[in-house]
Structures are given as C-alpha cells and as structure tokens.
Design a binder for this molecule. Structure first.
Ligand code: UDP
Ligand code: MG
Length: 356
C-alpha cells in the first residue's frame, strides 16, 4: 500500500483510538489516509468480514447520518455484526468528511478514505474495491436513493450462483431528462455487450469478492461494470430494486455524462473485441481502404489509357490516393498495436479462479 503516512500496510490502525483528543479542526478525530496511487494494495480477505459496503460520496453531508443508521440496522441483522462500511470521500468540499468521522466514532465497523480532490465515481469505487476485506462487496450511492433494505435481496440472488447482481431501478424517481437518455444507453450497452440488463448504472450492486478484485474501474467506466464483468466471464444478473427520489443535495452529473458515457462505451467495446488483436481492427480497415483506393485509381488509369483523357479534372484520383495513404496508416497503427500487445504479454498475469 502506498500511503503517505506511516501506517503503511496496517489498515487496522487507520481509525486509531490513540488519536482521540488530538482533534484537528476539520478532520474529526481520525487521520485521513491519502493515496498517491492504487497499486500494491494488501488484497487479503478478512474472514471476520462477510460483507463490505463501499459508498462513494461527493458532497453528501446531509444524507450520511440517516444512511448510516439504516445500514447499521440492516447489516447487523444480515451478518451478525460481521460487516464493514467504507466511505470513499471523493474530494467533498462540504462537511461530508467530518460527518463520516462522527459516524466512525460511534461505530468502528465504518471507516473512510479520502481523495484530495474530486476524482470521479469510478476512482472512488476502485479505491473502495481495493480496500474491501469482505467476502461479498456491496456498492451503493450515498444520497439515499438506493435503499439498504434491498441488500438482502441482492444477497439472495448472489446465493443462486451469480457473481454480480445489479440493481434495476424499475420505477425510477429521476427527471425525464435523465431517464430518457439513460434508457437509450442501457439499450445500446445491452446490445453491444451481449448482456441483457435494463439498468447498467444502478449504484446498488452486489459482487463476489473476486469480481471487484479482477475488474479495473477507471475513467467513467463505473457505468459499464456489469458489461466488463460479463466480458471477463463472470455471471451477471439484475433484480428490480426500490429507488427513491433524491432527498438532499443535488445530482453530480449534468448532460455531459451522456457524451462521455458514449465514448466510454466505445472504449469498452473496442477493448473487449480488439485489445488482444489490434491488427484485426486496423488491418481490416487498412486493407479495405487500400483495395478501394487502388480500385478507383486503376479504373481511372484504364479510362485514361483507352480514352486518352486527362485526369487533372477527375477529383476521384485524389480520393483514391487518399484512401491508399490512410489505408497504409491504418496498417501501421495495427502493427504498432501488435507491438504494444506483444510487449504486454511478457508481463502478463492471467487471472484464474481457484478453489482451495
Ligand atoms: N459521486 C462521487 N463522485 C462524483 C460524483 C458522484 O463519488 O464525482 C457519488 C455521489 O456522491 C453519489 C453517487 O456517486 O453517492 C451517485 O451520484 P449522483 O447521485 O449524483 O448520481 P445520479 O443518482 O444523479 O445518477
Ligand atoms: Mg443519486
């Protein structure tokens, strides 16, 4: 673990009682752990923890107390006290961090980590996944739109043998400006990824530990976790869950989410299909371009030969030449891609499941 304070590799010391009485003005009575990078985590499982709940939060101070009470009740019943709740403060500028601190003071099964600045929900989830010590990992939003009472239903579905159970906000309490585009996205993602879900981006999900330790979440990929899991061979399903209107604060996403979301979808699809064989993608395009370009120019050449007409008034010549050039560039990109992939193969770790 690469942290800046001296608590290296000792996660348990992170909410230390010894810091009581040493209150820094705005950080509650426990020390924040800031991350320089996410690599080299201690990924060991803690047999004393059945469920880890990961909650990304960005300026959600009002809802945290209510959420923690609901969670404490639900999780105590479900796990006999064998749980942990990890708040990942995504650089909040309100009092979320302090509020989390107070919750942790009352219940040491809760803990929190913090980013220096807003990094986005995907990064927050990734850190939560790295931190999670439980056999099962639940994610949920901090804004009370997801209902902790649904956790038991997700768990029941996991028990049927699934690796990831995603919530489906069947009756959604969000404005139409959000629900309509999101319907479209879910449709496209479902078609392109080959996994039939109604709702990819529900904050409430349950995972077997192996899933969160296998799939990297970055950029804004959190929207496609079920697709990524499916592509990695995990069994994914969904169940309808209760969804509440936002009670406090406001949504953190504007319209730009849809453009970014679409670009991320392209990335996911590309990585899925061609990551290991970039030449198949670029090479195919290159060969098509070159063939069409040669075809056009060859035709014009014959015409010129037979009719003795000038080609200077035929813009199609330039088009053919452009296609040939771009085609060769595509081929070069394919070769470059293959070189990168080959290089990576030498350092590759293939993730497998094992049973002991
Ligand atoms: N969130 C976050 N970082 C961000 C944006 C959002 O951690 O940059 C958290 C936010 O606090 C909430 C969850 O992600 O817990 C979902 O965000 P929001 O409720 O704004 O999304 P919506 O429900 O409107 O899709
Ligand atoms: Mg929300």
């Amino acid at each position: 673990m690469n942290q800046e304070n001296e608590n290296n590799n000792q996660p348990k010391k992170n909410n230390p009682n010894q810091e009581k009485g040493n209150k820094s003005s705005n950080q509650g009575n426990f020390k924040p752990r800031y991350y320089k990078n996410y690599k080299n985590y201690d990924n060991s499982e803690d047999p004393k923890i059945a469920i880890s709940v990961v909650i990304p939060m960005y300026n959600e101070e009002e809802s945290l107390p209510e959420l923690s009470v609901l969670l404490e009740k639900e999780l105590t019943e479900l796990t006999n006290g064998k749980y942990e709740v990890i708040f990942v403060d995504d650089g909040s500028t309100d009092n979320s961090w302090d509020v989390a601190g107070k919750i942790i003071d009352n219940n040491r099964k809760f803990r929190a980590v913090k980013f220096r600045k807003n990094m986005g929900k995907s990064d927050a989830l990734q850190v939560g996944f790295n931190e999670a010590k439980g056999k099962i990992v639940i994610t949920m939003d901090a804004d009370l739109q997801d209902d902790p009472a649904e956790i038991k239903n997700l768990l029941a579905k996991l028990k049927e043998g699934y690796d990831l159970v995603s919530g489906w906000k069947k009756v959604r309490h969000d404005p139409i400006t959000k629900t309509a585009p999101s319907k479209f996205f879910n449709f496209v993602t479902s078609k392109t990824s080959g996994i039939k879900l109604h709702d990819f981006n529900c904050g409430l999900k349950a995972y077997k530990r192996e899933v969160v330790k296998t799939i990297p979440v970055y950029g804004e990929m959190h929207r496609y976790i079920p697709a990524l899991a499916h592509m990695n061979g995990f069994l994914v399903t969904e169940i309808p869950v209760e969804h509440h209107p936002r009670k406090y604060g406001k949504t953190k996403y504007g319209f730009s989410r849809f453009i970014k979301g679409f670009l991320d979808l392209l990335t996911v699809m590309f990585l899925n299909r061609y990551m290991k064989r970039p030449m198949h993608f670029f090479g195919t395009l290159g060969v098509i371009f070159i063939t069409v370009g040669f075809g056009i120019d060859f035709y014009l050449l014959i015409e010129w030969f037979l009719n003795q007409t000038y080609l200077s008034n035929r813009p199609l010549v330039q088009f053919g030449i452009a296609l040939i050039i771009v085609g060769f560039q595509m081929l070069s990109l394919g070769f470059l891609g293959e070189m990168i992939v080959k290089n990576q193969q030498e350092h590759k770790v293939i993730k497998i499941s094992d049973r002991k």
